[in-house]
Ligand binder design. Structure first.
Ligand code: F58
Length: 822
């Protein structure tokens, strides 16, 4: 006789049916938030749901850690001063595969899930591309079941939030922890002491060998705060471990400051300041001791943590490199070279050669920039004061390294000077990139062009020495967050057509190619885009009051504001169209909305002036009746991950217009194309590879290429030549210059105009004509909607390469030599 299966009662902590989730939410509302439903605020409900989700992650988390310990697997540790995670709730629901169940669960309490998403304050612990890449890589590591720990800093204040007042950027503190943070687990028992200041001493060890030790003047404690990083529906959950600085009370109060209560409290505040705030980029180096202290702090805590974990598995550190593959995300954690050496030499009593071998075997380094001025260097005086022992070690590394170099290149003093870890051309500095290159077994760039250029220019001398150390690993982005989560309608359409394997195997999108000409599919594709544009139009209206027409072309440029990225080239194009329409109001052009977003570093005046210019142009253009609404310009304030997720899906045209040779890779370019935007771009960064993948006929290319840029500059580039030759360019610049956009004030934009007219470091004038002409082609093709849609489908279909899963596989195979968990 067949028995009917009894329904198994789900655990309140792990069950995933809507009913169990609804009950768990109520429980958490009561037992964590201390609220009845009747008196709960939206934030209370958000917290209750978030804790409910976290419970479900913890199970996988513990399992993953157990698997790592049992298998003695090699673990990837990704050291990064920035992790720009973005909102957690939606992504975690998606990873667990319980988004719909959660929607139903909260609906049982009369609540709309979307409302709860709005409650979340995103952890903006990064400036831009570099920090967001780190977050995408964590997602892929977990999704590929590669054991990994992200190590970074738990900034109390993340990237500032941006307001626009009178067209200018105003910065506000990002108090993201204000309402509590349900995702982190504080682990007071996982804490390490980190020194700074003080002096070094020598002594004889038991074997009579001379040894060094550092006697720090100050100590601070780093406490672990862990964030779960779930893989996509695979029961793997990795860790992001962020360090928070805490004062060591006994140190301050008892040993030093007896009777000096005020002094002791001051010392406590000073220690805790280390993790107070994320530095926005482009701040001048002076007064940045705190940043060096931040770098040392998180690097030291992370290495001490790895050593602790390793010594629980093995008796010695001889095989430390079998336990960890440590990736340095740019030079911010490059102190790891000196700190690991210090720990091995001074604390674990290795000799220099052994310590050096262990260090180099464990470390690898990624470079993210081509701007020589962006290479980090620290005044020697900072080092001498803050990290005297590290400085000694760096001197010793340098001494041994230059000895080798001299041997190989006798009498080449210039080369030796360039390779040295110490810049002695004026005031002395430690060159962090050189330290990272010497101390790592692998060095990589982040797009093919970028990797070629660092071999040929930035790190040429290192490439000559060790060509085998150099690799390219083209960046990628996670399709989970940047398609599945942020563009649900397109995801549904794609999955209906080709199944949902693309979520973890993005190359599967290729199968969409054969539907690119299918009129029904095209129609559905267009409809999705249209709805996404409507949604964005609503957000724009709410945030800025500007009304835009979703039927027109959405032309979007979102990224940090920087002269090399050339937001002002886009502005010149807008002014050109405006000027054409003023002269010929009947001109037949495609209506367009130009959308900008991005933050300027608070100390970067030119970038802030560019924001003011965008808003001033918007002011005129948006209100000019002659245009009849055909052009609209919007600066969308406070671009962050949450906004990005609404913006990429709504783009028709993606602007990737940096001067060739300046953008290392770009990752926004990938997110746009993945969501079906067409790109107008230069041959820079990953644009080159995107164009190769999608086909040149589906990409709007313009501008000088790297070799041409170099030639122009070598020939003594003169922007006046282009200014005089091109009537439309002259008109556009003259409108700015004569105060048309600044109520007659000719001074306001003078620094910007003068830079363009007399220097033009980033060749806007040289690239202007080809840009404007290419935009005209965009205008024409957009009117042919079947053609445009076909190109759009092909763009998305051919983005498989740009999944961060592919990047991570390459790191695993070529650099880390790590395997997925069995
Ligand atoms: C970016 N760098 C590159 N740096 O500009 C971009 O081309 C690349 O796609 C991305 O890295 C990922 O590889 C970047 O975002 C920073 O934000 C630094 C943060 C610390 C201060 C200096 C800038």
């Amino acid at each position: 006789m067949q028995h009917q299966a009894m329904p198994v009662k789900e655990s309140i902590r792990t069950g995933t049916s809507p009913e169990t989730l609804a009950q768990a939410i109520l429980d958490n509302l009561y037992y964590i938030q201390g609220r009845f439903p009747q008196m709960a605020t939206p934030n209370d409900w958000y917290m209750a749901l978030a804790y409910t989700v976290r419970d479900r992650l913890l199970h996988d988390w513990v399992r993953t850690i157990q698997a790592i310990i049992e298998e003695r697997s090699k673990v990837v540790t990704y050291l990064s001063a920035e992790f720009l995670l973005g909102p957690q709730l939606g992504n975690n629901l998606l990873s667990l595969g319980i988004l719909e169940q959660a929607r139903q669960a909260v609906a049982q309490h009369g609540i709309d899930l979307e409302e709860l998403f709005l409650q979340e304050r995103e952890p903006g612990l990064g400036n831009g591309g570099l920090g967001r890449l780190a977050a995408c890589y964590l997602d892929s590591l977990a999704s590929l079941e590669v054991p990994a720990i992200g190590y970074g800093i738990r900034y109390e204040f993340g990237i500032f939030s941006q307001e626009i007042r009178d067209g200018w950027q105003v910065e506000r503190t990002d108090k993201w922890l204000e309402m509590g943070n349900p995702w982190e687990i504080c682990r007071p028992e996982i804490a390490y002491q980190v020194g700074w200041k003080g002096h070094t001493e020598t002594y004889c060890d038991d074997t009579g060998r001379q040894r060094w030790r550092w006697v720090p003047g100050r100590m601070v404690k780093g406490e672990a705060h862990d964030y779960p990083v779930p893989g996509y529906r695979n029961q793997t959950t990795n860790i992001l471990r962020l360090w928070k600085a805490e004062a060591i009370e006994s140190f301050d109060f008892e040993d030093f400051n007896i009777g000096d209560y005020y002094g002791a409290v001051k010392a406590k505040v000073e220690s805790e300041n280390i993790t107070k705030v994320l530095y926005p980029n482009d701040e001048p180096v002076v007064g940045k001791q705190l940043r060096l202290a931040q770098q040392n702090f998180f690097v030291s805590c992370s290495l001490q943590d790895m050593i602790r974990i390793h010594l629980r598995r093995y008796d010695s550190l001889d095989n430390f490199g079998d336990s960890f593959a440590i990736q340095l995300n740019d030079t911010h954690p490059a102190l790891a070279v000196a700190e690991l050496m210090r720990l091995l030499l001074d604390d674990h009593l290795y000799n220099w050669e052994q310590a050096w071998e262990i260090t180099r075997k464990a470390l690898a380094f990624t470079n993210h920039t081509l701007l020589p001025e962006a290479l980090e260097k620290w005044p020697l005086t900072f080092f001498a004061e803050l990290l005297p022992r590290h400085l000694e070690i760096i001197y010793e590394i340098n001494h041994r390294f230059l000895y080798e170099v001299r041997h190989r290149y006798p009498l080449e003093e210039d080369r030796i000077e360039r390779l040295s870890l110490i810049d002695e051309s004026g005031s002395k500095y430690v060159r962090m990139a050189n330290l990272a290159c010497v101390g790592s077994h692998a060095i990589n760039g982040v797009a093919a062009l970028h990797s070629d250029l660092i071999r040929e220019t930035l790190f040429k001398d290192f490439y000559d020495l060790w060509p085998e150390k150099f690799h390219n690993i083209t960046n990628g982005v996670t399709p989970r967050r940047f398609l599945l989560l942020s563009n649900p309608a397109l995801s549904r359409l794609i999955s209906r057509q080709i199944g949902d394997n693309w979520i973890t195997h993005l190359e599967d999108l290729k199968r969409l190619e054969k539907f690119a000409e299918n009129l029904d599919f095209q129609l559905a594709w267009r409809q999705v885009k249209q709805e996404n544009k409507q949604d964005l139009a609503a957000i724009i209206r709410e945030k800025t009051g500007i009304v835009v027409d979703p039927a027109g072309l959405f032309d979007i440029m979102v990224k940090r504001i920087h002269e090399y990225k050339r937001q002002h080239l886009k502005v010149l194009h807008i002014i050109t169209l405006y000027h054409r329409l003023k002269r010929q109001p009947g001109l037949d052009i495609t209506p367009r909305t130009f959308i900008f977003g991005g933050k300027a570093a608070p100390g970067y005046h030119m970038a802030k002036l560019i924001i003011k210019l965008i808003n001033s142009v918007a002011e005129e253009v948006n209100h000019d009746p002659v245009l009849e609404g055909r052009l609209k310009v919007v600066f969308c304030p406070d671009f962050n991950v949450k906004k990005a997720q609404a913006i990429y899906p709504a783009a028709d045209l993606s602007e990737q217009i940096s001067m060739a040779g300046k953008e290392a890779s770009g990752t926004g370019n990938m997110k746009f194309a993945l969501n079906g935007a067409l790109t107008i771009g230069t041959l820079d960064g990953a644009n080159v590879e995107i164009r190769e993948e999608v086909g040149p006929e589906n990409f709007f290319l313009f501008g000088h290429r790297v070799e041409e840029v170099n030639r122009l500059k070598a020939e003594g580039y003169n922007p006046q030549h282009f200014f005089q030759e091109d009537e439309e360019l002259r008109a556009a610049l003259d409108l700015i210059r004569t105060g048309f956009f600044s109520h007659g004030d000719r001074d306001l934009f003078k620094p910007l105009v003068d830079e363009l007219l007399y220097r033009d470091t980033y060749l806007l004038l040289a690239d202007y004509r080809s840009y404007v002409d290419r935009q005209e082609e965009v205008d024409h093709i957009f009117r042919d909607q079947p053609r445009w849609t076909r190109m759009s489908i092909l763009n998305a279909a051919r983005m498989g390469k740009f999944s961060s899963d592919r990047s991570i596989r390459e790191y695993c195979d070529t650099i880390w030599r790590v395997k997925a968990l069995a």
